[in-house]
Ligand binder design. Structure first.
Ligand SMILES: [Zn+2]
Length: 273
């Protein structure tokens, strides 16, 4: 059984930011358990201030519009970047998250370009998962041909999702154990798309979703000035969408097989050509 709201500690939000909704503040679809389950919060991890937006910002925009709470955990201030000072990067990340309807916090691990796989990091991330009790967790993919912090963070998040549900981890005992529903990886660049996982495509064609996603990417002014990252991501989504017979789509890569109640939930496939 999952812990009730009284056992859940307060979320220590950054000053001036919106507080992540407590469990009892969510819409209660008591007559529609599947939908209630679908609206459990989304928790997205990024190694750098812009990873989540470029990798899957359209998915965030779509989910928050559907009523799902979303929270970003960013694990560096982009201090190793060629463009932009850490303070600028953090300010851009906060504005971008706001445009997507998400809250955000910055945490310290090893710093930009220095992230290492450590048990202590996985436990720190597991503690965040227990605190926020998400249904969906998003993390950068494990593919190696990308910024080295990305796959390392993906592995740490995967480990953290496991540790979050293990009741006997002594460093985590102060917060009740929590089992997430799904871990999905996102790919910040085309090279980061795992070749060994069949993706799930999320339709982000709605004009308001595309508009919010574009604005969120453009909020990272120090980055989009350097290269045309926005067009790259929109074009990737367009190619995905076109191949699926639609407008725009973002690929997420499930860590585990998805479970369907029946084949009726399978929807249509992405093969149109
Ligand atoms: Zn990055």
């Amino acid at each position: 059984m999952k812990p009730g709201p009284k056992s859940r500690p307060e979320h220590e939000n950054q000053p001036g930011e919106r507080r992540f909704p407590a469990r009892h503040e969510r819409v209660d679809f008591t007559s529609a358990p599947d939908r209630r389950s679908a609206l459990l919060p989304l928790l997205a991890f990024g190694a750098h201030p812009d990873d989540i937006e470029f990798g899957c910002g359209g998915v965030i925009a779509k989910e928050t519009r559907a009523g799902r709470a979303a929270h970003f955990v960013i694990c560096s201030r982009g201090e190793a970047s060629s463009h932009g000072k850490p303070a600028q990067r953090v300010a851009e990340a906060k504005k971008s998250a706001r445009l997507l309807g998400a809250t955000v916090e910055i945490i310290e691990l090893d710093g930009d370009a220095h992230l290492e796989i450590k048990v202590a990091h996985a436990i720190k991330l597991a503690n965040i998962i227990r605190r926020l009790q998400p249904g969906i967790v998003l993390a950068p993919s494990l593919a190696e041909n990308q910024h080295p912090d990305h796959p390392r963070l993906g592995q740490l998040v995967r480990d953290a999702c496991r540790l979050a549900r293990y009741g006997g981890v002594k460093e985590l005992r102060r917060v009740p154990a929590h089992a997430i529903e799904q871990l999905f990886y996102y790919a910040v660049t085309p090279e980061a798309e795992p070749s060994n996982i069949t993706p799930v495509l999320i339709d982000v064609s709605a004009p308001d979703v595309l508009k919010a996603w574009t604005a969120a990417m453009e909020a990272h002014v120090t980055q989009v000035c350097a290269r045309n990252y926005v067009e790259l991501q929109i074009t990737r989504a367009r190619l995905r969408g076109l191949r699926a017979g639609g407008g725009h789509a973002i690929a997420l890569f499930p860590n585990d097989p998805l479970v369907l109640d029946s084949l009726a939930q399978a929807g249509r496939s992405a093969r149109r050509f």
